[in-house]
Design a binder for this molecule. Structure first.
Ligand SMILES: [Zn+2]
Length: 142
């Protein structure tokens, strides 16, 4: 089988940051890398799960809501993928900084009731906020 593009980049050289992976059919794929790969520090599963709920909610309610196709966690727990359509490249980092600041204000986890989520016991809002604050610092220092 063909090696897919996300496996083709050298993960040993990848640092926390925001990367555009490519664009096809008008949809851009963004790598929101929260952690340095293979460095022993990963987003804990409950925080990863809650970050997914919170950021997906914020992004889909923000001013670029119509351009958000998908937001979800990487299985390796070092970051998230964001798929966008019709959002200028230069708007993505400012949009994410706004979203991360909004995420820090949450006191309840959206969509975390039993009937709304596939693993409603596995959440960590404080952990998610720590990850969001750390990633916000990465983007602000970029
Ligand atoms: Zn869930």
């Amino acid at each position: 089988m063909k090696k897919i593009p996300s496996f083709s980049k050298d993960h040993d050289k990848l640092l926390p940051g925001l990367y555009k992976c490519g664009e096809s059919h008008g949809v851009a794929t963004w790598d929101l890398r929260f952690k340095k790969p293979n460095a022993g520090d990963y987003i804990a599963q409950p925080a990863l799960h809650t970050t997914e709920h919170v950021l997906a909610t914020v992004l889909r309610n923000g001013r670029f809501a119509d351009g958000i196709i998908y937001f979800g966690p990487m299985g390796c727990r070092t970051g998230f993928y964001l798929l966008t359509c019709g959002i200028a490249d230069g708007d993505v980092a400012p949009m994410l900084k706004e979203a991360l600041k909004e995420a820090l204000k949450f006191s309840e986890i959206p969509g975390s009731r039993r009937e709304e989520c596939g693993n409603c016991a596995e959440h960590d809002l404080e952990g998610a906020k720590r990850e969001c604050a750390a990633y916000l610092a990465v983007l602000e220092n970029a």
